[in-house]
Design a protein around this ligand. Sequence first.
Ligand SMILES: CC(C)(COP(=O)(O)OP(=O)(O)OC[C@H]1O[C@@H](n2cnc3c(N)ncnc32)[C@H](O)[C@@H]1OP(=O)(O)O)[C@@H](O)C(=O)NCCC(=O)NCCS
Length: 185
Amino acid sequence: MNSAENPNHIVNWPQATSIVTDRLLLEPLEVHHATEMVETLSSPDLYTYIGGTSPSLPELERLYALQLAGASPTGDAGWLNWIVREANRSTAIGYVQATVTMADTRNQADIAWVIGADHQRRGFATEAARAMIAWLADRQVTELRAAIHPGNESSNRVAERLGMNRPDAIDDGEVIWHAELQTGR
Ligand SMILES: CC(C)(COP(=O)(O)OP(=O)(O)OC[C@H]1O[C@@H](n2cnc3c(N)ncnc32)[C@H](O)[C@@H]1OP(=O)(O)O)[C@@H](O)C(=O)NCCC(=O)NCCS
């Protein structure tokens, strides 16, 4: 079945909107966030398992401008990005993201999370990701995936805390966590 035949498919990719949790505000990404995020993302430890290095301000501005396009050039994937802000202190502490694709009859999201070194181990990644997942479920995403390096203990733990299922096998060096979602329909 193609997207024209299945009305539940996301044909026009959803745009990120603000999400509020008990302790956090998830703000749709904007280029100006680079100014505060460059500090949040500065610790080299963040890149041990995800690759890359701490971005400079111009690099981050360029990346955010690209991500704000909202969809891949071929139109087969929608990009959703949120800056995670601690609500009471208004500090930008990290980000969460989802790449949404249509697979057969399902809307699938590949999700990821990064929390700055100074803000870790306070449950923020779990809280932010859980809120993003609820938002995705409200928009007919039925399947979640998270690709995580097997040695990345904290991130694998986040996936587990989110109730995702860990496969027995490693795929191309990564654990591909999976979950089915009940949509908000
Ligand atoms: C993965 C990451 C986002 C977790 O952020 P966080 O806000 O510290 O996560 P939480 O506080 O929600 O912790 C979730 C669980 O992981 C555990 N955890 C956190 N850091 C840990 C560490 N270094 N080692 C082992 N467990 C850890 C927490 O104790 C918690 O488990 P618990 O509920 O049993 O206590 C953060 O470590 C990070 O940004 N890492 C670098 C980027 C990255 O690898 N992102 C993942 C890409 S897939």
